[in-house]
Design a binder for this molecule. Structure first.
Ligand SMILES: [Zn+2]
Length: 156
């Protein structure tokens, strides 16, 4: 099972067993769609520091953690869809930054290395946003917490 959703620390936020399972299925669907099924995704429903959603990748590893904020479930489905797509698209782009980071660490002055890596991290945001919007136009948004089962929605 490539997606594991950890129990929410605060069930008042709407992350009950049903919504967690809906999220898990929807993320598995997106990972398949994005050809990322070889990744193992752990979803942490704690409050990330300053973003609505954050994916943490480690160089050379396909085990990643996705953090979702407390307010995620109250956002519109399209926003949820683009946000999840954006974070998963990072799994395609982050290795480029990790590789550049490792390859230039020993050959650049520390300040230059830091500027380069910060610029690269900032530059992967634009294609992540653009591709998330494009793919969201072509796929169904999630229906977390809605009546019924998202399995039918994501299977279409
Ligand atoms: Zn991003």
């Amino acid at each position: 099972m490539p997606v594991e959703v950890t129990p929410a620390r605060n069930t008042r936020l709407g992350w009950n067993t049903t919504t967690r399972e809906q999220l898990r299925r929807y993320l598995e669907h997106l990972l398949t769609l994005l050809r990322l099924s070889d990744h193992h995704l752990t979803v942490d429903l704690g409050e990330p520091s300053d973003e609505c959603a954050e994916v943490h990748t480690t160089p050379g590893q396909r085990h990643v953690t996705l953090y979702l904020s407390a307010g995620f479930l109250s956002q519109p489905p399209r926003w949820q869809q683009e946000t999840l797509l954006h974070e998963l698209i990072h799994l395609h782009l982050n290795p480029l930054v990790h590789l550049t980071d490792a390859a230039t660490d020993a050959v650049l002055e520390p300040a230059a290395h830091q500027v380069l890596c910060q610029a690269l991290w900032s530059q992967v945001e634009l294609p992540s946003d653009t591709l998330a919007t494009v793919i969201a136009d072509l796929t169904d948004p999630p229906t977390f917490g809605a009546a019924g089962d998202t399995a039918t929605a994501v299977a279409s």
